[in-house]
Design a protein around this ligand. Structure first.
Ligand code: NAD
Ligand code: UGA
Length: 443
């Protein structure tokens, strides 16, 4: 099938490459000329395992195209994906300006029946707005083409985006248009080989399903972080509690890892947006507000701990920091817990010497060159001359640590671990103090 994807970011590019890999012909349209030109040269704008070879091979084989020419894009596919960003606006609700801009563009160049598929995460009611925007432009043009607007939210995780997209748990399709339903079913048929993953529903339910999924996951994490804070005060070990509850199939092991707060471009934004949606219908979502506020607090825990350890005086201290991205296997720094930590440390006059396997370029782009931030090429280099070690992201390369080396390099033998990478007794055997999250009495 011929498919057009507007927006070549995490979602658009991965979805396009995977659809091309299954044999569809995909045209990607973006307003960012540099991004489009780079992609034609094989330069991929994001770090995502497995994505580069997938894009390269499908581009070479002629199933994947990149352009800034919106007219060519609209004319290309009967199916038109909208996969642009929906960032929070000032009050936290989802800003739909990019989504509606694409809707108008599609209408501007529409030359026959189109199915407009909303992949971006959008509040309930957005399909109606997309529908209306298209209708208005067609009216202005004085033409009358048939079209349908479908909600098809995306559930991929960064760092595992390619495999999530190739083998989705479910494919949610919201539509009440019979023709659109059959075309989308055909589009996703190659993903459905061993069992039917498609769940059809009405548009509004599909839109809400996306927020409900992210907010449920964020709720699990904030709940565990709250338990973790209580475990410290009660002298219990949250890792034991995690195993104890995860073994109950009704609870499960997924997304119950305590840590230094959830980040990324989705959970913080989507929890906030659903709170705003609730406000807009006069419903006070006390639970989601609590999820958000627990997470704000959790992002401060590492900083507060380090500050307390140094008797409230961080001036002149150098903190070795392992892990900067909001989670492993990505270079994405959006809402990363490390940012809260670094910014608080800088405000207190401390320096940060940091290493991350992928995110350092992005950190440099965000913070520029500054005296109190040194980005170094290895985890060992981060330790040299530092006072203590803090861990923010659980990259695999940090899992096996040379504790003797750590002890010999940092002047105060202490590790603050925001991701519970090590067993406390093992670290303590090397004469290091170790503060994990929720692992018995802490400071
Ligand atoms: P992104 O910021 O990585 O990419 C968005 C792209 O859209 C950019 O390349 C931008 O230049 C382009 N764009 C903006 N306006 C355009 C226009 N008018 N025409 C063509 N291109 C345009 O965004 P993302 O992370 O891929 O997220 C996209 C949507 O998917 C959001 O709603 C997000 O919440 C949702 N989502 C993201 C993820 C994720 O892991 N990142 C997962 C599931 C859902
Ligand atoms: C999340 C969802 O997992 C995806 O299903 C969804 O499609 C996506 O948001 C989206 O809507 O964009 P992502 O943000 O890429 O994906 O990353 P996650 O793996 O969900 O992690 C989010 C944050 O939660 C990270 O900071 C991670 O460290 C934290 N987390 C995750 C925990 O603190 N504990 C856990 O047990 C799991």
């Amino acid at each position: 099938m011929k498919v057009t994807v507007f927006g070549i970011g995490y979602v658009g590019l991965v979805q396009a490459a995977v659809m091309a890999d299954f044999g569809h012909e995909v045209m990607c349209v973006d307003v960012d000329e540099t991004r489009v030109e780079n992609l034609k040269k094989g330069i991929i704008p994001i770090y995502e395992p497995g994505l580069t070879p997938l894009v390269e091979s499908n581009y070479k084989e002629g199933r994947l195209h990149f352009t800034t020419d919106a007219k060519a894009g609209v004319e290309f596919g009967e199916l038109q994906f909208i996969a642009v960003g929906t960032p929070p606006d000032e009050d936290g609700s989802a800003d739909l300006k990019y989504v509606l801009a694409v809707a108008r563009t599609v209408a501007q160049h529409m030359n026959g029946y189109k199915v407009v598929i909303d992949k971006s995460t959008v509040p309930v009611g957005t399909a109606d707005k997309v529908n209306a925007a298209i209708g208005e432009v067609l009216k202005e043009r004085g033409v009358d083409f048939d079209y349908a607007v479908v909600s098809n939210p995306e559930f991929l995780k960064e760092g595992a985006a390619v495999s999530d997209c190739m083998r989705p748990d479910r494919i949610v399709i919201g539509t009440d248009d019979e023709k659109a339903r059959e075309l989308v079913r055909e589009l996703y048929a190659p993903f459905n080989r061993n069992h039917d993953r498609i769940i059809f529903m009405d548009v509004r339910s599909a839109e809400l399903t996306k927020y409900a999924a992210n907010c449920m996951l964020a709720t699990k994490i904030s709940f565990m972080n709250e338990m973790s804070n209580m475990a410290e005060r009660l002298g219990a070990d949250i890792e034991k509690v995690r195993q104890g509850i995860g073994s109950d199939a009704r609870i499960g092991y997924h997304f119950i890892y305590p840590g230094c707060g959830y980040g990324g471009s989705c959970f913080p934004k989507d929890v906030q947006a659903l709170v705003r949606t609730a406000d807009s219908i006069g419903y006070d979502s006390e639970l989601l507000k609590a999820v958000e506020s627990v997470n704000y607090g959790q992002k401060e825990v590492l900083f507060n701990r380090v500050k307390k350890y140094y008797g409230d005086d961080l001036k002149g201290k150098t903190i070795a920091l392992w892990g900067l991205s909001f989670k492993p296997n990505t270079d994405d720094m959006r809402e990363a817990s490390s940012r809260v930590l670094m910014e608080r440390l800088w405000a207190e006059g401390a320096k940060v010497r940091a290493f991350d396997p992928e995110a350092m370029e992005e950190v440099q782009r965000i913070y520029g060159t500054r005296e109190d931030l040194e980005l170094v090429g290895t985890k060992d280099a981060a330790l040299k001359g530092a006072d203590c070690l803090v861990i923010c992201t659980e990259w695999k390369v940090f899992r096996a640590a040379n504790f003797e080396e750590i002890k010999s390099q940092i002047s105060d033998p202490v590790i603050f671990d925001g991701r519970n990478l090590y067993e406390p007794e093992m670290v303590e055997r090397y004469g290091l103090e170790y503060y994990g999250m929720g692992r018995g009495a802490s400071i």
